[in-house]
Design a protein around this ligand. Structure first.
Ligand code: AP5
Length: 210
């Protein structure tokens, strides 16, 4: 089993790298942000409760996210998983232990705030394929259409300047303490997330792909 957590500020490139690595290693990419966006799009009870938190960049209440994650993870039968965006506070980290959801390594995406803002401000998203692009760093081949399904790309509601600032603040207050939590467990590894996508792809493959 290969079981990883990708930890880091919004826009650090966790989703981009988790997408790449999960395909290379044939393991599951579990993004709680994406699971929540699916619940919101489907207008489920959990989605309706989560919507305003997600749009403003606040954390969705623990009980909602933990329930969604537990349900999703119970269906996984593969060789492992990458948890992208979970846990985001100490209570969520403890819930993994309580539910015996194992973690072998935690990869911390180290990145400057300025780079985060540039990445999130230019991000484009395909609501059908769930694939992310960037106006400058990862432009789609044709104008603003998805390379896979040719649907029009959109901007996430939480990528407006106010929500970005709030997400960074929430990260520093609530998620940052997890660095010490996992350091003390001897599971933390740093990656320089300021580098180019391909360079980080290779570093991750060398360090955790074996
Ligand atoms: P979530 O979807 O997890 O958002 P996030 O953590 O803010 O992370 P992002 O998806 O914004 O960034 P990323 O690090 O994945 O970067 P990406 O690869 O896209 O969560 C959304 C919301 O859901 C939260 O705010 C919260 O409300 C709620 N939520 C989720 N989980 C929760 C939980 N556990 N508890 C409570 N609430 C929860 O890259 C960003 C951009 O940069 C892209 O355009 C990409 O193309 C580009 N890019 C990526 N890497 C590079 C690179 N190396 N060089 C240049 N460009 C790059």
């Amino acid at each position: 089993m290969k079981r990883f957590i990708f930890l880091g500020p919004p826009g650090a490139g966790k989703g981009t790298q988790a997408d790449f690595l999960s395909k290379k290693l044939s393991i599951e990419h579990i993004s709680t942000g994406e699971l929540l966006r699916q619940e919101i799009a489907a207008k489920t009870t959990s989605g309706e409760k989560a919507r305003l938190f997600v749009e403003s960049g606040d954390l969705v209440p623990d009980e909602i996210v933990i329930e969604i994650l537990k349900d999703h993870i119970s269906k996984i039968r593969g060789a492992g998983y990458i948890l992208d965006g979970f846990p985001r506070n100490t209570a969520q980290a403890q819930s993994l232990e309580e539910h015996e959801i194992g973690v072998d390594k935690v990869i911390l995406f180290d990145i400057d705030k300025e780079t985060v803002i540039k990445r999130l401000s230019g991000r484009l998203y395909c609501p059908a394929c769930k694939k992310f692009y960037h106006e400058e760093y990862r432009p789609p081949k044709e104008d603003t259409l998805c390379d896979n399904c040719h649907r029009a790309l959109i901007r996430r509601k939480d990528d407006d300047p106010e929500s970005i600032e709030n997400r960074i603040r929430v990260y520093l207050e609530q998620t940052h303490p997890l660095i010490k939590y996992y350091e003390e467990q001897g599971k933390l590894e740093h990656i320089d997330a300021n580098k180019e996508v391909d360079v980080i792809n290779q570093e991750l493959l060398e360090r955790i792909g074996r």
